[in-house]
Design a protein around this ligand. Structure first.
Ligand code: AFP
Length: 325
C-alpha cells in the first residue's frame, strides 16, 4: 500500500512542502494518541512529548493547539501560524516560506461523548514582504492554498488531504506510525439523498434555506419527488468525511441569531480547507452567494455560510438562492 510520501511526490509537491506536511502530521499523531486516552488524557499525560508535560490538566483542544504550535515553530518551514485557538497570528521563523492555518480540534465538545473530532489545516505560501507577526499575510483567498486537509480521530485515525492534484484519504497504521493510502483520488457522487444541517436553527435561517430544506423534508410527496435522510455529527470534520466517502450536502448557512456573524464556521480554519478537499473530489463549496475559495478574507477569524458536497445537490440548493434575488 502506498505511503503518504510517495503519493505527495507523485502529485508533484515540492520537497519543503512535503517536509512541512510530515511535520504537521507528526503533531497530529501525537494528538491522535492523546485523544485516544479519552478521559485519561488529563490524568496520565503522554510519554510522547516533554514539552507539554505538566499541562495535562488542560482541555484537549488547548493541548492540541500547543502541540501543533510547538511542532510547527520548531520546524523552521513556517513563517506564521493562525489558529482558531489564538487571538492573533503566532510568528515563527522570519525566513519560513509557508503560512499554516488550523483548527486544532474541531468538534471539541464531542470529546465528552467519545465521538468524532479532528484537526483541520491549510497551507499557503508566505508573502516575502510580510513580517512574521503581520495578520494581513493570511488575508488571501482560498484559491491560494497549496495544501489542505484534516485528520479525523475516529475508530481509526484518517487523513484526507489535497495538494491540488485530487483528494486522497489515508489511514494511520498504528503498527508502524505511517499514513497509508487507502482511498486514492476520491470522488464525491454528484447526486445524493442525504443532507446534514443543524435543523434546530431553522427559524433563524434565510428564506432560500428554509424553502430548500422544506422541500428536502417533504421528500417523495414534495417537488423533489424523492425521500432524503438527515445526519449530523456536530463536528464538521466528521460530517465532511461522510460526504467525501459517500456523498451528501453539508450546510451551516447564514442565520440571524447574531447578525454581525455571517455564519458559524470559520473561513480560514474550516470552510476553505474543506472547500479545497471537496472541489478536488469533484464536489462544490459555496456560501450561497459565491464560491467559498474566492472569498477575500477581511480578518483571520472571519466566519462564512457554508454549503458543500455533492455537485448536483449543491447546484440545486443554489437555485433557491438565485430565485430569491
Ligand atoms: P466546536 O469545535 O466548538 O465544538 O464546534 C464545532 C463546529 O464548529 C463544527 O465542527 C460543527 O459543524 C458545528 O460547530 C456544530 O454546530 P452546532 O453546535 O450548531 O451543532
Amino acid at each position: 500500500m502506498k505511503r503518504l510520501n510517495s503519493q505527495l511526490q507523485k502529485d508533484g509537491a515540492p520537497l519543503e512542502l512535503i517536509l512541512l506536511i510530515r511535520t504537521l502530521l507528526a503533531g497530529c499523531k501525537e494528538i491522535s494518541f492523546r485523544v485516544s486516552q479519552g478521559a485519561l488524557a488529563g490524568v496520565l499525560g503522554s510519554t510522547l512529548s516533554e514539552n507539554v508535560q505538566g499541562e495535562t490538566q488542560k482541555k484537549l483542544d488547548v493541548i492540541s493547539n500547543q502541540i501543533l504550535k510547538d511542532t510547527l515553530k520548531e520546524s523552521g518551514y513556517v513563517k506564521a501560524i493562525s489558529s482558531e485557538e489564538e487571538d492573533t497570528v503566532v510568528p515563527c521563523n522570519p525566513n519560513g516560506n509557508y503560512l499554516v492555518s488550523f483548527d486544532p480540534l474541531d468538534g471539541s465538545s464531542n470529546t465528552e461523548i467519545n465521538s468524532l473530532i479532528g484537526t483541520i489545516f491549510s497551507i499557503a505560501h508566505a508573502p516575502q514582504w510580510m513580517d512574521a507577526d503581520d495578520p494581513s499575510a493570511f488575508l488571501q483567498p482560498g484559491t491560494q492554498m497549496v495544501a489542505a486537509g484534516y485528520v479525523l480521530y475516529g475508530p481509526s485515525t484518517m487523513l484526507a488531504m489535497t495538494t491540488g492534484k485530487g483528494t486522497h484519504i489515508y489511514t494511520l497504521d498504528k503498527t508502524h506510525g505511517g499514513f497509508l493510502l487507502t482511498h486514492p483520488n476520491i470522488q464525491v457522487p454528484a447526486q445524493t439523498s442525504e443532507f446534514a444541517i443543524n435543523a434546530s436553527n431553522q427559524r433563524h435561517w434565510e428564506a432560500p434555506m428554509k424553502a430548500y430544506v422544506g422541500d428536502l423534508l417533504a421528500g417523495a410527496d414534495g417537488p423533489r419527488e424523492k425521500n432524503f435522510n438527515m445526519r449530523w455529527v456536530a463536528a464538521m470534520v466528521g460530517d465532511i468525511h461522510r460526504v467525501l466517502c459517500r456523498g451528501g450536502i453539508f450546510m451551516y448557512p447564514y442565520d440571524n441569531r447574531n447578525p454581525s456573524k455571517a455564519g458559524k464556521l470559520r473561513l480560514l480554519y474550516e470552510a476553505n480547507p474543506m472547500a479545497f478537499l471537496m472541489e478536488q473530489a469533484g464536489g462544490l463549496a459555496n456560501t450561497g452567494h459565491g464560491r467559498i475559495m474566492e472569498v477575500m478574507p477581511t480578518e483571520i477569524h472571519q466566519r462564512v455560510p457554508v454549503l458543500l458536497g455533492s455537485k448536483e445537490e449543491v447546484e440545486t440548493c443554489l437555485t433557491y438562492y438565485a430565485d430569491a434575488k
